[in-house]
Write a protein of this length. Structure first.
Length: 202
């Protein structure tokens, strides 16, 4: 079951060619969403889980990285918490200047662009949100998983996939507003709370 109330697609020029998806209220039942697969030839991930301490009053970030054969790393996902982003703890308590919160991001499946953010219930200020960046250069060319790479269905999915969230396992997925930089092969989205996030298309 799909519920679609609004979807706006526009092109804007920043540092490169960006597409802006949103604002949007698109919901898709669990199991009806195409989650983007990772190319089998992609480099391995350096780690399946990363953690860091975000602190009110300081800019902090963490990255899930690909590990190349020469020992260097490249971005898979980067999460940025600006100094004024932290708002409330999972228990609802306001986060004060100087307070810290440990944040953990898990790769749910190394074969999919699918991630879990914790602690659940942590809130960021909507006026100063956190930001997620997902590098999709290593997305599979067989996006519809039909065994054929680069067919018209794959291109259709490539043209519209974005960042989706799911509050809990089994619940519907909801598309969130995101920005695309086709030159860098990256998607960007503002984050105000923690849940499960994926690169996907309905």
């Amino acid at each position: 079951v799909r519920v679609r109330t609004l979807r706006v697609l526009a092109s804007i020029s920043l540092s490169g060619c960006y597409d802006l998806f949103g604002p949007t209220e698109v919901r898709v039942d669990d199991g009806e969403l195409t989650i983007i697969a990772v190319d089998p030839d992609a480099p391995p991930l350096e780690a399946m889980q990363v953690s860091f301490w975000a602190k009110k009053g300081e800019d902090r970030s963490v990255q899930i990285s690909y590990l190349y054969d020469d020992g260097t790393v490249g971005k898979c996902l980067r999460f940025i918490v600006p100094s004024d982003a932290l708002l409330r703890n999972a228990n609802g308590q306001m986060i004060e200047e100087g307070d810290s919160v440990e944040i953990t991001i898990d790769v749910i499946d190394p074969h999919l662009f699918l991630f879990q953010f914790n602690p659940r219930g942590l809130d960021f200020d909507p006026e100063h949100p956190a930001r997620v960046e997902v590098h999709y250069r290593y997305a599979s060319l067989d996006l519809d998983n039909d065994g054929i790479e680069g067919d018209p269905d794959d291109f259709a999915i490539m043209s519209r996939f974005g960042i989706w969230k799911q509050e809990r396992n089994g619940e519907p997925w909801e598309e969130i507003a995101s920005r695309r930089d086709e030159t860098r092969k990256e998607l960007y989205a503002d984050i105000t709370g923690f849940t499960r996030y994926a690169l996907a298309a309905d």
